[in-house]
Design a protein around this ligand. Structure first.
Ligand SMILES: Nc1ncnc2c1ncn2[C@@H]1O[C@H](COP(=O)(O)OP(=O)(O)OP(=O)(O)O)[C@@H](O)[C@H]1O
Ligand SMILES: [Mg+2]
Length: 406
């Protein structure tokens, strides 16, 4: 069953550090109106993949209840994000003959179906098909060719595939929380749809969502996605390094990172000291803040260097006209923008969700980019499918694999 009011969607982000729920609807002017936000710490997900169904279900239940209380909406179904380094993006082109003389929605569905014919290895499933561009009788069409006359319809598509077991476990969590699934969307795409401007999408941009356990990359050029990639490293690795490096418990390392961390050593006062709790009953010590910055910088540099290498490897760098946008909680240490600049050679900025009304303050944070983006992508698809089409019917194009999967 879908949510009470058909134009309302719920984005559910199962992150490595927290579950975040965003309840939203479209305003008349096309903005995203945030009706409720819920968040709950979660240790049931590691590197973007579910490792404990029980813990994840408990966190989903908590985050959903909080969002229900805030929005007054009874939540029955959700649009959920998927991440993990098992995700793999590839591009292909497919052509079909148009059935009648005019392109219909059915022809679009057929050509997108044809795009699903990719080589899958054992246990892989298609997670998402994003149309990049349609070509009708050798003539490129800008948006949708529906209603145009033509014989042969081609689509360039970005197809994202992932491990079937990871999808199964995700679905078990949704089911375990008593919810039904409207759609599954890869997290890198969701974050991109929350924080990027239309100009950036057109000019070409690399979106980097540094989370707790993963760093998601999505490269857009000419308005559509052409590369996705997930690196199993994030802010939790920074915290772990600090915990080891400063011999302090993880929870203290996390607090110290947030209070005093910096991703650039040269931005830190050379004389500053911080008090660091010890382990095993040893007394706390005063440690140079510079040491903390060295540890943070080393890991952040590794992450961003790997992102830079991946951008280089794709050969898409020259198509990235507007630069890099970093988001996610892991992007928050001061100096990360400068480091991203250095590591990728592209102009970087930090991004938070934009184009929001309603409970903006709660939703417009780097940590909530994925959940907001999930809601936005679903509402955009609902608007395309026609009024009152929230739920699996209106989102059929986003979720067609679910049918096949079972
Ligand atoms: N102010 C801050 N300064 C530095 N790091 C921060 C700050 N706030 C949050 N973080 C870090 O952000 C990370 C969590 O980010 P986020 O909430 O985006 O991850 P997630 O969505 O749970 O994980 P993932 O996307 O990897 O599945 C943690 O490692 C946390 O330490
Ligand atoms: Mg995340």
């Amino acid at each position: 069953m879908s949510n009470k009011k058909d134009e309302i969607v719920v984005g559910l982000d199962l992150g490595t550090t927290k579950v975040c729920t965003v309840v939203a609807e479209h305003t008349a002017s096309g903005e995203l109106c945030i009706l409720g936000v819920g968040s709950a710490a979660c240790s049931g997900v590691k590197q973007g993949m579910v490792v404990s169904i029980e813990e994840t279900v408990a966190a989903i239940t908590k985050a959903v209840e909080e969002a229900e209380g805030m929005s007054g909406v009874d939540i029955h179904s959700v649009v959920v994000g998927i991440s993990g380094s098992h995700l793999r993006g590839l591009n292909n082109q497919n052509t079909i003959g148009v059935k009648g003389a005019t392109v219909t929605e059915d022809d679009i569905a057929n050509v997108l179906d044809a795009a699903r014919a990719v080589d899958l290895s054992r246990d892989e499933e298609i997670v998402h098909v994003a149309a990049q561009r349609y070509v009708l009788d050798q003539q490129e069409t800008i948006a949708s060719p529906v209603g145009m006359a033509g014989d042969r319809l081609s689509v360039d598509a970005h197809v994202i595939v992932g491990a079937g077991t990871a999808l199964q476990n995700l679905l078990r969590c949704i089911d375990g929380a008593g919810l039904s699934l409207d759609a599954i969307i890869p997290q890198p795409l969701a974050s991109a749809h929350a924080v990027l401007s239309q100009e950036e999408l057109e000019l070409g941009v690399a979106l980097v969502d540094i989370g707790g356990g993963t760093t998601d990359l999505a490269i857009y050029a000419g308005g559509s996605v052409c590369h996705t990639w997930v690196l199993p490293l994030g802010g939790t690795h920074v915290t772990r390094d600090i915990s080891y490096g400063l011999s302090t418990p993880m929870k203290d390392a996390e607090r110290i990172k947030i209070q005093h961390g910096s991703a650039l050593v040269n931005q830190v006062d050379a004389d500053a000291m911080i008090e660091v709790p010890s382990v095993g009953g040893r007394p706390p010590r005063d440690v140079p803040r510079l040491l903390l910055a060295e540890i943070t910088e080393a890991r952040m540099e590794e992450i961003l260097d790997l992102v830079g290498q991946e951008i280089q490897r794709t050969g898409l760098r020259r198509h990235i006209g507007s630069g890099v946008v970093i988001t996610g909680g892991g992007s928050l240490p001061p100096g990360t923008v400068e480091l991203a600049n250095l590591a990728t050679g592209l102009i970087a900025r930090r991004g938070v969700p934009v184009g929001l009304t309603g409970l903006t303050d709660l939703a417009a944070t780097a940590q909530n980019a994925t959940a907001v983006g999930l809601a936005r992508m679903a509402l955009t698809e609902v608007a395309r499918a026609g009024a009152g089409q929230a739920g699996p019917k209106g989102l059929a194009r986003l979720t067609s694999w679910v049918k096949e999967f079972f």
